[in-house]
Design a protein around this ligand. Structure first.
Ligand code: ADP
Ligand code: MG
Length: 701
């Protein structure tokens, strides 16, 4: 294999700090740094210099265009490209890029979902440069990460509320650290590392399945004789085509400064995972969007399709995105790292309990932040964490928290594990904290891992909720302690943590999240069990949650309403498209296979009888009968699905509509599917004009 100079290619297409330092005049560099670090606005003259330097740098890397890259509420990314060219009167071309063009753009925003924020006659929105996420060159364009807002200042995207939530957490965490005696800390960032799962299948097969192309998942398909029961795929040897893909993918990502770190096969056949090194949340969110996009592109180049849907195949595991989350200071400290001194322990416990309280109080919002039609197939489906949010902290930490909750004195606590605050926490090894794979929110040594997000969602949504909810807990803790004399602070903190643990300990659960009786027990504890999008979305507009968003200026009332409406609409639309696609495939693909195989069987039986009346044709006639039964099930199911889908189209209330799609349409689809799958199991594959589960999941070499 050819040698690759990773340090040379890493970030080679990124206008990062190193490039800025090298290329910008010293004072301009300083001004940009200040803007990035403190959020100050950039003067136009400075912006002009930055823009000109960026343009030169981008042109050297093959760019002819620039684009403001943003993340509308679709959950995808959007871009519109303008070339640098500027013709003069003499017919010459100058390549131009001004500071104004860098900092602000005006895409025609009328076709992006706004959830009613913008009246349609006022379709304008603008994009604003986000200097905290570096610009990069890709496919001949300079990409400038931007936030997307309406002219009245409302956010129309996912980046703006994310940045607001990071500010809220920064503010509260820094305050808390000052309070706890760390005046040096100036900034706290939330950090994110998102493990991304995906499937790879052959491109030709992908293209011959209308359901995969149009909806991202297979709407029917008889199970392959082999699934994931042998557990031979997880961490298994990479097939050559997959390995070449991953090799290529890593390099593409490295060029863009995405720190792709680990890659391996996942549990389901044809399923894989990529994990990056964690980064500051805003950049991590942008990089995860880029990762998903580049995965698809590189797969295509390798004659494969990368499936990012949460449930491409029934009967084997779906794909998630584990969001690892922590908080880090500008002085290099991870606030969820258990300490080695008493003071560090107190600080660790404060931040830990703040997260526990936040997740309990806003568990419904956490669930709503990952509510999509695709993810509904995973949550609670015995493969991914249940729809119930709970927290795993491991046995050792659980005992410590229990001791605090009981208000045990250092003496009492001796035989449990520690002596709170006065001595040190036992070293929490990764081994003791990372064993429960069934928990939706697990403490894994020095960070939390949120395992509910689906593989295709934007990491921004769960990050916004976590940042804001934890900011709220930290503020509440600090307020309750304000005015406490220094010598009583330690005791007051422990008393407050005790109260918080009493109130929120119901969220702690170290058992098996997949166990049948857990759902019942969880409900008895008073935990939310929000099974579907229509169950979860009302949480988004619940009074306590609106109050949280408004308190920290994450969303105002109309921004909240917009997101609520858009998410419900997206859900209904996704299932609507699935229904239409299923109907179409039944008419064009399933029925024709059924008819030609049945008629061949009948012909065969007839031919045999013509040879001799005594020849047994039981096999043919029985099969024809069976297929006829499946066929009539399919026919009546199709009729019902078509009729109910018409009814769904007529519903105007977004929540009622979503509920109808969930209760009626999904059920109709499952009913027809059972007949299709039964028939497919009997029909030889050369009668089918689409690939089977077995072919899709087991044919890559
Ligand atoms: P695994 O979960 O497979 O055992 P790791 O725990 O090493 O693997 O890391 C999983 C992910 O968590 C990686 O993307 C890693 O960068 C990320 N991660 C590690 N530390 C932090 C942190 N402090 N904040 C956010 N993410 C982190
Ligand atoms: Mg992990």
């Amino acid at each position: 294999m050819e040698q690759i100079n990773v340090p040379e290619i890493y970030g080679s297409m990124v206008f990062n700090d190193k490039v800025m330092k090298e290329r910008l005049p010293k004072d301009v560099y300083k001004a940009v740094r200040k803007t990035i670090d403190n959020g100050t606005t950039l003067e136009l003259t400075v912006a002009n210099t930055v823009a000109a330097t960026m343009k030169e740098w981008a042109i050297e890397r093959g760019a002819t265009h620039f684009t403001h890259w943003f993340q509308p509420m679709t959950g995808l990314t959007a871009e519109k490209h303008d070339s640098f060219i500027n013709p003069d009167e003499k017919g010459n071309i100058i390549m131009n890029f001004s500071g104004k063009e860098l900092v602000k753009g005006e895409p025609d925003a009328s076709s992006f979902p706004s959830g009613g924020i913008r009246a349609t006659f006022e379709a304008r929105g603008y994009t604003a440069w986000d200097p905290s996420s570096p610009a990069f060159v890709k496919d001949g364009s300079l990409y400038i990460p931007t936030a997307f807002c309406s002219y009245t200042g409302e956010s129309l995207d996912k980046k703006t509320p994310l940045l607001r939530s990071m500010d809220a957490l920064n503010h509260e965490a820094v305050h808390m650290l000052h309070f706890l005696g760390k005046p040096d800390v100036k900034h706290v960032d939330t950090t994110i590392g998102s493990e991304q799962e995906y499937f790879l299948i052959d491109k030709d097969m992908y293209l011959s399945r209308k359901d995969l192309v149009l909806t991202g998942r297979t709407l029917f398909g008889a199970p392959a004789p082999k699934g994931q029961e042998m557990e031979d795929h997880y961490f298994g040897v990479l097939k050559p085509r997959v390995s070449e893909f991953m090799h290529d993918l890593d390099q593409e990502l490295w060029k863009l400064g995405v720190p792709a770190k680990t890659k391996h096969n996942e549990v389901a056949p044809a399923q894989h995972e990529l994990a990056p090194v964690f980064e500051m949340s805003n950049i991590a969110v942008d990089h995860n969007q880029l990762t998903m996009e580049i995965m698809k592109k590189v797969a295509d180049r390798h004659n494969m399709a990368c499936l990012l849907h949460e449930k491409p195949f029934d009967g084997v595991n779906g794909s998630g995105k584990h969001v690892n989350w922590s908080m880090g200071t500008d002085t290099g400290e991870n606030l969820l790292e258990p300490g080695t001194t008493p003071a560090e322990n107190t600080q660790f416990l404060v931040f830990l309990v703040a997260v526990i309280a936040a997740v309990d109080k806003y568990a419904d919002l956490m669930r709503a932040s990952v509510a999509t039609a695709g993810n509904d197939h995973r949550l609670g489906a015995n493969e991914a964490p249940p729809a119930v949010v709970s927290i795993f902290v491991g046995d050792e930490l659980a005992q410590i928290l229990d001791a605090i909750e009981k208000g045990q004195t250092p003496e009492d606590a001796k035989h449990t594990l520690m002596d709170i605050g006065a001595k040190v926490l036992p070293t929490l090894t990764k081994d003791t904290t990372d064993r429960n794979r069934t928990s939706p929110f697990a403490f894994t040594g020095n960070k939390f891992e949120f395992r509910m997000p689906g593989s295709s969602v934007s990491v921004a949504d769960p990050a916004i909720i976590l940042n804001t909810a934890v900011a709220d807990s930290l503020r509440e803790i600090r307020k309750s302690l304000e005015g406490t004399p220094k010598d009583q602070l330690e005791t007051a903190i422990m008393a407050h943590l005790q109260a918080l643990l009493k109130e929120h300990h119901k969220i702690l659960f170290n058992g098996n999240g997949y166990a049948e009786d857990w759902v019942e027990k969880a409900e008895a504890r008073g935990l939310y069990n929000l099974k579907s999008v229509p169950d979860a979305m009302p949480a988004f507009i619940a009074e306590k949650n609106v109050a949280l968003f408004e308190k920290f200026h994450i969303y105002n009332a109309s921004e909240i309403q917009a997101r609520y409406e858009i998410n419900l609409e997206n859900y209904a639309k996704a299932i609507h498209i699935e229904s239409l696609t299923m109907q179409d495939m039944i008419k064009k693909d399933v029925r024709s296979a059924l008819v030609s195989y049945s008629s061949d069987l009948a012909d065969e039986a007839l031919a045999k009888k013509e040879l001799s009346k005594d020849i047994d044709t039981d096999m043919e006639t029985e099969l024809v009968d069976e297929l006829a039964k499946d066929g009539s099930g399919i026919t009546s199911g199709l009729k019902k699905l078509a009729k109910d889908t018409k009814t769904a189209e007529g519903e105007t209330d977004s929540l009622k509509k979503a509920r109808y799609y969930h209760d009626v349409i999904l059920q109709d689809m499952a009913d027809v599917r059972s007949y299709i799958d039964a028939a497919e199991a009997e029909i030889p594959s050369d009668y089918l004009n689409y690939p089977t589960y077995e072919e899709m999941m087991f044919s890559l070499r």
